[in-house]
Design a protein around this ligand. Sequence first.
Ligand code: G1P
Length: 292
Amino acid sequence: MKKPTKAVIPVAGLGTRFLPATKAMPKEMLPLVDKPVIQYVVEEAVRYGFEDILFVTGRDKYALENHFDSAEALEARLEERGDDEKLEKVQAPTNLGRIHYVRQGGAKGLGHAIATARSFTGDEAFAVLLGDDVIEETSHLLERMREVHMATGASVVALVEVPSSEIHKYGCVKPGSIDGDVIQIEDFVEKPKAEVAPSNYAVIGRYILRPEILDIIDGLEPGAGGEIQLTDALAISARDPKLAGGVVGVVFKGERYDAGDKLEYIKATIRLASKRDDLGPELNAWLKEFVK
Ligand code: G1P
C-alpha cells in the first residue's frame, strides 16, 4: 500500500453563515487570531507529509491564491526596514508545500468538488481536509488516519462522538465492529434527524479516500440538499466493501475548532489566543474580570 502524499482542500463554498464579512472575502480567509483559517489547515496537511495540495476553488477566491503566493512589494518593504519577524510571517504561507488549483464550476456539493480532483489524484489514495475544521496541532489525527488506511486498505473517515441534539449537522455512521480507536463502518446517513440517527458518531472534515471513491461519485444522483454528496459514495463502499475496499472510522478525542459556526469561531479565537505566549497572560486575566 503506497503512502498517500496528496491532499485535496475544497474551498469553493459561499460562506453565507458569516455574511456580511464574507460578501467580498472568502470565508477561508477569516482569521483565527492573526492567521487565516485556511493556513492552519494547509499547515496540518504539510506537517504530516501531504506536500501536494489541490485547492478546489470557485468564483471570487483570488485572496486565497494571493495568500499562498509571494507578495513582492510588501516583502521588499519589510526587507528594507529589516523587519525579519514580519517578513517571515509574510513568507511562511508561500513556503508551505506545493499548491495547485482547479475550479469546481458551480457549488454542486462536496462529492462534486472532490470528483474534480481526479486528474490531480490519479490512481492514488489521497487526503481530503475541509476548511471549517481546525484540528489541534498536537493531535496527529491525519497521521493516524493514514496509518489505518495503510494497515486496512480501506478509505478512512474521522469520527467524533456528539450529543444527539447535534447529529443533524453531520454525516453519521452505522458502526460495526470496534477495535480501539478504529470502527468498521457499515453505513452512512447524511445529516439525520436525532430519532433516526444510527449512532452518535459524526464525521468531521478529514478523510483518506481510495481513488475508486471518485468512480462511485461519478455514478451518483444528487442526494441531501440536491447536492452530490461524498457521504453517499462512502455509504456505497461501506455497504459493500468489495467496492473500493470499504470504509473505517478513526475516533478522534483531541481538540478541534469549528470555524464554520459563528459561536464556535468566537470560542476558537479565544481558546487559541489564550494559549499564546504573547496574548494569553493578558487575555486570560481580562477574561476572568469580564465574566464577573
Ligand atoms: C460535510 C459532509 C458531512 C460532514 C461535514 C463535516 O458537510 O457532508 O458528512 O459531517 O462536512 O464538517 P457540510 O459541513 O459541508 O455541510
